[in-house]
Design a protein around this ligand. Sequence first.
Ligand code: NAD
Length: 504
Amino acid sequence: MNRDAQQQAGPVAASADLCGFINGAFVTPAEPYRLPVIDPATEQQVGSLLESDARQVDAAVRSARDAFESGVWSRQSTDRRQACMLRVRDLIMRDADALAASECTNTGIPLKQLRQLHIPGAAHHFQFYAEVASQLKGELHQQRSGYQLQVSREPVGVAALISPWNGPVNMSCAKIAAALAFGNSCVLKPSEYTPLAFVRLMEILREAGVPDGVVNMVNGRGAVTGAALASHADIDLVSFTGGSVSGPLVNAAAARNLKRTTMELGGKSANIILESADLERALDGALAGIFMTNGQQCLAGSRILVQRSIAPAFIERFVERTRAIRIGNPFDPRTELGPMAYRAHMERVLAYAEIARAEGATLLFGGQRASQMAEGWYVEPTVVHASSNDLRICQEEVFGPLATFLEFDTLDDAIAIANASDFGLVAYLWTNDLSAVTKATRTLRAGTIWVNTTLVGDPRAPFGGVKQSGSGREGGIGSVEFYTELKSVVIPNGPAPVQRIGLG
Ligand code: NAD
């Protein structure tokens, strides 16, 4: 769908007011603080976000709590919940063009990537978690003579779900689907930069028959709306995906009320390329690993570590391919790299090119605003060669299309460099040497390791990081554990003896 078609058929008019969604209805605050919602490819305002204040956050949490206590979803049969979630999946796919177009307008992520990966991924979360919930089982222990012990999993209650701007619908749907599957209610807080597609998503949930109050949404800045949600006493958990600055604040706010959290935070992931690799595939993987989603990916392979023997040729070819990346309107199906999501972020990415220069790294390509684009927050794909892993450009998350190369001699060196980081989200390894695979996968400190592949998301895989990349896991068993509460029930097989006191 092209931009004109989207504007005719899109879910929200160009000047739309975007607000919260509470108890099945869109709710406008009385005296709203307004934030512009901007298309990063045109720098034009496409809507206004009416910020949810603390009172609205409280209303959203109460709505979720009331729905939870009513049992309308939390005690609904798994079959019915599953059927409803499969309807959500179908409706997301029915509206995939419109969702992708809204998301494209607001994030600048190429439409093709949204239509082929993000939106089908969002739909699939509902199918996947519906299936997981249908297989949920408890335990029966009979080892203790005369008793049986049942261990079951129950919904936790009200889930606060806080999501970022670099894959808004997809990442939020992973959280909503996992929360709903086990009977929880939730309050979603999307990023204030990218609220556009959520109007349609809330409408889809309502149309699919998710009962009012089970999914609520508040919109606004992190320090206002997000903080009010994370510190609310009546939520039961916080699932947070965002940066390593705000993550600890959210974690501390939730901890004050003893709420469990998952923290999916930033990364500076190493992409290790050994001379024994299939170098053609490694090159493709290294390019995708840093430049997909406009380079704005937590799991980017942003530190590319190449064995010295192959480094000159590999880096030359990487630069050649980078030079050929098609920058353009994200609605154009040929576009491979769109704009940065917002102006301050573009400035931050450009500043890192300067930082790299200033600290003595070699800028091999890019580092400027893309001059071929008359408007929009476009940054050239950028390649830097660093002499030391200690440089800021190797240690700090840029979160943009900026690849940093480092060279190493042996696998041990590569592992040491990879692990010399405050982050530990993912690591990539390219080699056909089995012993290198077994050694590296054992010793790399990261939540996920991709061997001879890149960006393979599997909802069965628990995802999360170590060190500053976060704590806790979502996905697969990680989500089962996070979104359910264990309950133990002890029942004697007969009239078991009970201690008797108070008989004088
Ligand atoms: P961010 O931390 O600024 O914001 C994320 C969300 O948290 C937003 O909804 C924001 O409004 C909210 N928020 C911010 N401060 C808050 C506070 N004090 N209390 C409550 N909520 C608050 O991050 P971002 O800029 O939106 O996203 C980029 C970051 O997210 C990057 O660091 C990236 O690596 C990370 N990320 C991690 C993963 C992962 O799975 N590990 C996935 C995507 C993005």
